[in-house]
Design a protein around this ligand. Sequence first.
Ligand code: COA
Ligand code: MG
Length: 314
Amino acid sequence: MSHHQITEARRRLHRSELAVPGSRPELFEKAAASRADYVFLDLEDAVAPDEKEAARRNVIEALGDVDWRGSNKTISVRVNGLDTHYMYRDLIDVVEQAGAHLDTVLVPKVGVPGDIYAVDALLTQLEQAMGLSHRIGVEALVETALGMANVEAVAASSPRLEALHFGVADYAASCRARTISIGGLNPDYPGDQWHSALSRMLVACRANGLRAIDGPFGDFGDPDGFLAGARRAAALGYDGKWAIHPSQIELANDVFTPPEAEVDQARRVLRALEEAAAAGRGAAQLDGRMIDAASARMARNVVETAEAIEGRSS
Ligand code: COA
Ligand code: MG
C-alpha cells in the first residue's frame, strides 16, 4: 500500500436511489414506503422554473413530516446548479428550516473543485448557525465535460463529499454524444459508449474513499435494458444506480446485492486464508485456485456489503 491513507466516506447502503420531483408531493409517502435505500427530492431538472419555489416549500415540509429515516432511507435533496439564482436559497432555506432531517445534498453539474468548496462553506456556516449535531454530506453529479475533465480534483475536494454520481443524460448533452434514450446504448458504437467515463469516475471515487453511483436509465418500460446497464456498472465496482421510476428499485437492489453464493464463497476465502496464516503461509489454494491477501481484500468488500444489507433488513 501507499504511505498515503485513503479516508473512507461515511458508509451508507446505496444500491438504489429513487428520484422524486419536489413538485409532486403526492409521491413523497410512496417514496418513503418503497424499498429504495436512498431517496432524493429533486429541486433541479424534474421541476419546471415556475414550480421552483413551490417545490422548495414542499421539500422542506416533507423533510419534517415524512419519517424517512424511520423508513430506512437516506434522504437527500438535489439543489439547483451553482449557475442558477435558485441554488443559494435552496441550500439556505432547506438547511435552515429542515436541516436536522436531511442526510445529504446532491449538487448537479459540478465542474470544478471550487463548486464543492462553495457548498461546503455555506453548509458549514448553516450547521453552526443552526446548531446542527450532524454533518450534512455532499454528493456531486459528474455530468458535464468540464466535470469529467476535473473529476479527480472534484473527488478530492472536501471531506464532506460522500459520493459521485454519473449523470448520463446531461453528460451526453455536454459532450454532444449521439444518443437514443437516457442511459441506453447507441448501436453505432461497438460496445458501451459510457464505459470510459464510468470507469474514470469510478477510479476517482475509489482513490478518495467515495461511493460511485450510476445515474438514470430513462426507458422504465425496458427492465432488461436497465438490468444490463446496472450490471455493467456493478462489474466496474459501482455501489448502486438511480431509479427514476419505482419499477427500477428492486432491479437495482438485486444487481447491487452480492448473491448468496458469492457471499458464502467470500467467507470461505477468508476462512481459508486465516487457516493458511495460522500455518505461517500467505497464499493458499481453494478449489484448485490460488488465493492470497488480494483475494482477502476482494472477499472483505463482498462480506461488508452483505452485512450492511443484513443490518438494514433486520
Ligand atoms: N416516486 C414515487 N412514486 C412514484 C414515482 C416516484 N419517482 N414515479 C411514479 N410513482 C408512482 C405513481 O404515483 C404510481 O403510483 P400509484 O400506483 O399509487 O398510482 C406508480 O408509481 C406508477 O407510476 P406510473 O403511472 O407508471 O408513472 P407516472 O406517469 O406517474 O410517472 C414519471 C412517470 C417518469 C414522470 C415519474 O416516475 C417521475 O417523475 N420520475 C422521476 C423523474 C425525475 O425525478 N427525474 C429527474 C432525475 S433523472
Ligand atoms: Mg442532470
